[in-house]
Ligand binder design. Structure first.
Ligand SMILES: [Ca+2]
Length: 223
């Protein structure tokens, strides 16, 4: 049995928001048995309480309508409500609401693709799919870290008369620069085209009249 709203309430009537407060407080105090009992009560309310929505839209505020004390104008009812849902989510994730640490975009990406931030396969320097792009690079490039065919690369370079035709893979909402060099001697990379928009597929660029007998091309992600 959990907490009710006040000393004026019937004890058997459960106030779920307050029980989420209690679950968090018990966790912070290291009272794991009581914390687990509170979390289980919240889960029962979510799945079995009156007007509950087992499909997961939220948590009802109370086990009965009209939980209040004499001085309160508003009451807690057995209806889905935002506040108890938010507190229950904080309780179930073990979060201290006074010290919330929100995940970074990269951490959110790790959870999306690897289930958690501490999965060894999710480490920034790891190449989970063996395509020679690290997870950090795949995150930056917007590619799929679990698909070895999803990567940033020059797919094909061919000649068409005096032109060179360069194809490279892209992701929507990313911009690319194409660079070239004649050799791997002393000369560095030279920018050929920049601000090329990705379309989610292969982008084909023609380097008109490329007089070079040979050239190397690379594609670079622009910030
Ligand atoms: Ca990879």
């Amino acid at each position: 049995m959990g907490f009710t709203f006040s000393s004026a309430s019937v004890p058997a009537r459960v106030w779920f928001e307050g029980n989420a407060f209690a679950a968090i407080a018990y966790q912070l105090l290291g009272e794991t048995v009581k914390a687990q009992a509170s979390l289980q009560l919240l889960e029962r309310g979510r799945l079995q309480g009156p007007n509950a929505d087992p499909s997961g839209r939220g948590l009802i505020a109370a086990s009965h309508d009209d939980l209040r004390d004499a001085s309160l104008d508003t009451a807690y009812d057995a209806r889905l409500a935002v506040a108890p849902t938010a507190w229950a989510l904080m309780a179930s994730s073990g979060s201290n609401p006074f010290n919330l640490v929100l995940p970074t975009p990269f951490q959110q990406w790790q959870v999306t693709h690897f289930g958690s931030t501490n999965n060894p396969a999710a480490a920034p320097g790891f190449d989970a799919d063996g395509d020679h792009m690290t997870n950090q690079q795949e995150f930056m490039a917007g590619t799929n870290p679990n698909d070895p065919n999803s990567l940033l690369r020059v797919v094909r370079v061919s000649r068409s008369g005096s032109d060179s035709v360069i194809s490279f893979s892209t992701v929507t909402n990313k911009n690319y620069a194409l660079e070239y060099r004649a050799s791997f001697g002393t000369h560095g990379w030279t920018n050929l085209l920049s601000n090329l928009s990705g379309n989610g597929g292969i982008v084909v660029v023609t380097n008109s009249g490329a007089a070079l007998p040979a050239a190397y091309y690379r594609v670079r992600l622009e910030p």
